[in-house]
Write a protein that binds this ligand. Structure first.
Ligand SMILES: [Zn+2]
Length: 218
């Protein structure tokens, strides 16, 4: 009796080093292919169609599409960083226009905060011009923040909320509209209101130290 059939045979194509998104590290990989074979007496003899092709991390054994080999964590990091600063600016602009009036003190607080974070000096005119467009943006602030939030650590989220608070406090007290916006920003970032209050009290503390002329901690 002749026994024949088909079965998938996995073969290694090549090995090397890649950035494993699972390990968040450079690791060894194996690039593998699973091909269907025609078998005779359970021995694969004739190669048939390709069933699967994947890249396997040799540390965590996760399997990825072969496109993972062209993933560049450094360019990804730079992209997220640029998006982060763009969003910080958007948050501050939205906070400035939240009370329907643009105060010179708010413009100045945006200019200073953005320069401290990025070393990019915006002019007051640029800030006022961008504020005009903020209402006509196609995607809402919440959408942008929710999309960005998973890429941000706690520190980055605190920087974002702190920037919003600085602008909210620039004119006088934090008004109702500004409070509501702060709540929406915090929610989109996945921050609790206790966390936001913590950032606020740290900010107030550093402000009062500045006014008293005492050296700032940290
Ligand atoms: Zn891995």
């Amino acid at each position: 009796m002749i026994i024949f059939g088909v079965r998938g045979v996995t073969s290694g194509r090549k090995n090397g080093e890649f950035f494993c998104p699972g390990c968040n590290e450079h690791r060894r990989f194996a690039h593998k292919r699973v091909r269907r074979f025609f078998t005779l007496y359970f021995i694969p003899v004739i190669p048939m169609d390709l069933l699967a092709e994947y890249v396997e991390c040799q540390s965590c054994r996760r399997k990825y599409n072969k496109d993972v080999l062209s993933f560049d964590p450094e360019s990804q990091r730079k992209k997220i960083e640029a998006e982060f600063y763009r969003t910080v600016k958007r948050v501050m602009l939205e906070m400035m226009v939240a009370d329907l009036q643009i105060h010179a003190a708010e413009v100045e607080s945006i200019r200073q905060t953005f320069a401290q974070l990025t070393t990019i000096e915006l002019s007051s005119e640029e800030i006022r011009a961008e504020a005009e467009h903020v209402r006509n943006e196609s995607s809402s602030l919440e959408e942008i923040l929710s999309e960005l939030a998973p890429c941000l650590n706690e520190r980055a989220k605190e920087i974002m909320i702190r920037a919003a608070l600085i602008v909210a406090m620039a004119d006088r007290a934090i008004e109702e509209r500004e409070q509501a916006l702060l709540g929406r920003i915090g929610q989109a970032l996945g921050m609790s209101s206790a966390h936001i209050r913590g950032v606020l009290s740290a900010l107030l503390h550093s402000e009062s130290e500045k006014e008293n002329g005492e050296p700032r901690a940290g």
